[in-house]
Design a protein around this ligand. Structure first.
Ligand SMILES: *Cc1c(COP(=O)(O)O)cnc(C)c1O
Length: 372
């Protein structure tokens, strides 16, 4: 994988979550350190910060791409900020050039959560080729599916060795770690996050197919966009041309204005589901900071840690309105449809879906009367 992405080092792990955890440790995140991240993702993007003892600081998303907005990052940097953890959610690439630029100016390390972005491209480059540490999942639901597993890719030997020491068996670390200060840290009081050999073998074989499967995802996403053009209530993302997602999942935007505001997202989704359309009202649910863990500042460390490690973070609020774009997206606009098993020719299914959309939206009055 490292060779395929043009990176110097690769570490197989037992999952994408474990890859992120040891990447955060390798990046030097310690108890109470601040790490800037997105509120709009699968929880593991943010969990790795907590696992390393860091305090997540949330930057809002770009309404166009739904990924962390580089323009929102700079104002959140403090002397306690260590790193940025971003995600390419749904396979849509985050704006890496702008993010790396902020990170370099403030001496921050960048961790990419590429769990949903295997095969996506950003300005022609494969996603996962730019961040200081890029983490992938090869879980059974992901674009490169091999059961359960993950990996970390990086170019810097120090980061590589630190990640090894944080999560790999000493039998491997003694063989590979060369930097004396890192060698001193080798221990068996660590995480056992190594990849299973069978999964690794399967993943290598799956690499032969992933481009073809991603080709179908791209084709199906494009076909569905064309079929749904002009259908009221729903729009595809309007992405900058230099982003080429491999579409792990396909996000759509609900547009209530098309029905004069008289139809809710739930009425829309429920009626389409009744026609057999595989659509859902979103995937993130609510911004991650709305969860009780952040509202109560209590996590599995107990005693209020990692927030309790500094007065600033013990007092850090996670109020409503913190990231208005993500909040609006979750509360009103999110729709998901497609991805998952759409890695083959499903043209007849897409046509049936489009037909169901036309049927359901032909009578907005009836839609507005569906019980909410
Ligand atoms: C799946 C996923 C993970 C976690 O990967 P696992 O292999 O399940 O541990 C992390 N982040 C995102 C965005 C994911 O989709």
């Amino acid at each position: 994988m490292a060779d395929a992405m043009g990176r110097a080092f690769g570490i197989g792990t037992c999952g994408g979550g474990p890859a992120l955890h040891i990447a955060a440790m390798a990046a030097g995140v310690e108890m109470g350190d601040e790490v800037i991240t997105t509120p709009y993702s699968w929880g593991q993007t943010v969990a790795c910060i907590l696992q390393a003892g860091g305090v997540p600081v949330f930057a809002d998303i770009d309404p166009r791409t739904l990924q962390i907005d580089p323009r929102k990052i700079e104002a959140l940097v403090t002397p306690r900020t260590k790193a940025i953890v971003l995600v390419h959610l749904f396979g849509v690439p985050a704006d890496m050039d702008a993010i790396m630029d902020v990170a370099r100016r403030h001496n921050l390390l960048v961790i990419e959560d590429c769990a949903q972005a295997q095969g996506s491209r950003y300005k022609g480059k494969p996603v996962g080729s730019q961040g200081d540490l890029a983490c992938f999942s090869i879980g059974s639901g992901k674009n490169l599916a091999a059961g359960d597993g993950g990996m970390i890719l990086c170019d810097d030997r120090l980061l590589y060795e630190k990640a090894l020491v944080a999560g790999m068996h000493p039998a491997r670390t003694y063989k590979e770690v060369q930097i004396p200060e890192v060698r001193e840290q080798i221990s068996n009081l660590i995480y056992t996050y190594r990849i299973n050999a069978f999964t690794a073998a399967l993943a290598v074989k799956q690499m032969d197919r992933v481009e073809e499967l991603n080709g179908w995802r791209r084709k199906n996403a494009q076909r569905l966009r064309e079929l749904l053009k002009g259908v009221p209530g729903i729009r595809p993302l309007d992405l900058p041309k230099d982003l080429d997602p491999a579409w792990h999942i396909i996000p759509w935007t609900f547009v209530p204005e098309d029905f004069g505001g008289k139809v809710t997202r739930w009425q829309f989704v429920k009626t389409l589901q009744a026609e057999g359309v595989p659509i859902g009202p979103g995937y993130v649910g609510s911004p991650i900071y709305h969860r009780p863990i952040f509202q109560d500042k209590q996590w599995i460390f107990g005693k209020g840690y990692p927030w309790a490690a500094s007065a600033e973070n013990a007092a850090r609020p996670y109020p409503k309105g913190l990231c208005p774009v993500a909040e609006k997206r979750c509360a009103e606009q999110d729709l998901i449809m497609g991805g998952g098993p759409w890695w083959r020719d499903v043209t007849p299914l897409l046509e049936q879906i489009a037909e169901a959309f036309r049927k359901v939206t032909s009578d907005p009055q009836k839609l507005a009367e569906v019980p909410n």
